[in-house]
Design a protein around this ligand. Structure first.
Ligand SMILES: [Zn+2]
Length: 196
């Protein structure tokens, strides 16, 4: 059942990975996270979960949180209520089949929100969760740029946006070990989720 989320007592950040699962990059990211004892939130696309359900399951089994990023990544400001509803609920059921729980959080594609999106999300029992640090990794700015954006921006409670699907994410994968190493050395925990 729902309970209020309380942040952990130490400085923490929440890493989030959108647009997966992807057979190459999600698997790599899960291994790296695991090797550093770090956890993250994966906002997954339902149609990708349908193709690679074992990666949704693995993300969950490794202690990460899997949450809802719609079925096919539409701009939710531009869809009918019936489309909104099926985009969210069909994704819920695919994730639930692999994790045993129904996602409580929705990240609208492109961060595209308005009052109607918030109201519709709430009507389906979802909390909308965006981010505080955008790495811009989707545009492939270079591994060092991704690392720098995270390390310069990180504060306790930061929510960091990265991507494990939707294109070539090798820069994101390459950036992750330095991010994990450096923030760990600064005393940060990698809290799995704020979706409760
Ligand atoms: Zn996305």
């Amino acid at each position: 059942m729902a309970s209020e989320w309380a942040p952990p007592p130490a400085p923490y950040v929440i890493l989030t990975f959108d647009d997966g699962p992807h057979p190459k990059y999600t698997a790599q990211i899960l291994s790296i996270l695991r090797s550093y004892g770090a956890k993250a939130t994966f906002f997954q696309i339902g149609q990708n979960v349908a193709r690679y359900p074992y990666l949704t399951r693995r993300a969950h089994l490794y202690g990460n949180s899997v949450q809802n990023h719609t079925w096919s990544h539409p701009n939710l400001r531009n869809v009918s209520w019936s489309t909104f509803r099926s985009q969210v609920l069909n994704t819920d059921s695919r994730i639930r089949a692999q994790t045993g729980y129904t996602p409580r959080c929705l990240r609208p594609p492109y961060g595209a929100v308005n009052s109607l999106v918030y109201r519709r999300a709430a009507g389906l029992g979802k909390t909308v969760r965006l981010w505080t640090i955008d790495t811009g990794d989707w545009s492939r700015p270079g591994t060092s740029v991704i690392v720098r954006r995270v390390l310069n921006g990180a504060r306790s409670g930061s929510v960091i946006l990265m991507h494990d699907g939707g294109g070539d994410r090798s820069q994101t994968v390459a950036a992750l070990p330095t991010i994990l190493k450096t923030l760990t050395a600064r005393g940060y925990l990698f809290y799995p989720t704020w979706c409760r």
